[in-house]
Write a protein that binds this ligand. Sequence first.
Ligand SMILES: [Mg+2]
Length: 222
Amino acid sequence: MLDWQQIDTVLLDMDGTLLDLHFDNYFWFEYLPVEYAKYHNKEPEEVRSYLIQLMKEAEGKIDWYCVDFWTEKLGMEIVSLKKEVDHLIAIRPAVVEFLETLHTSKKKVYLITNAHHNVLDLKLEKTQISHYFDELISSHQYGYIKEQQEFWSELSNNINFDPKRTLFIDDSQPVLESAAKYGIGHILSISQPDSNRPSRTVGNFPLLQDFSDIIEGIIPSQ
Ligand SMILES: [Mg+2]
């Protein structure tokens, strides 16, 4: 699937790639509507369409990923709400084994996420994977999300990498298209970002079923 000899930098998405997207889907589509309705003395069915409308408006924009935006928009502290269900934050299968193996190699490994710093902190605290990365990058520090070409230019100012010799793994189609447009040489998508939803079978990029499928060929440095 991959020729590791051709790769010296690895860029990894967090939600839906290293971590199970079930937490995020459950939070936004199940937990939040119930809590929001309770807060406003309504039934979840009454507020659901309003919340979905707000989410549609924010989709593809930095607002979608910004907890400050949602906290202000909904009048509820989003990070505190997320903490109430943080037992659902989970690492996807074989991810730790993959990160451990990468860590023994000479390759540079970066987490690049559209998640806001506060959510990133919460997830890293729960999963304890931050030591596997050379740097943890939230797109909020650049002011551009991965869907935007500006993100990739900012990234290249921030870290030293050759796009052609870089592997990028992410579960979002618009993000992967943006990376391909920028010239990232090796791209993989994720077949089942949410363990509670069906797997994808088609996509514009090769679909990774299991991280153990790409561990072979990573050579530990001496
Ligand atoms: Mg993702």
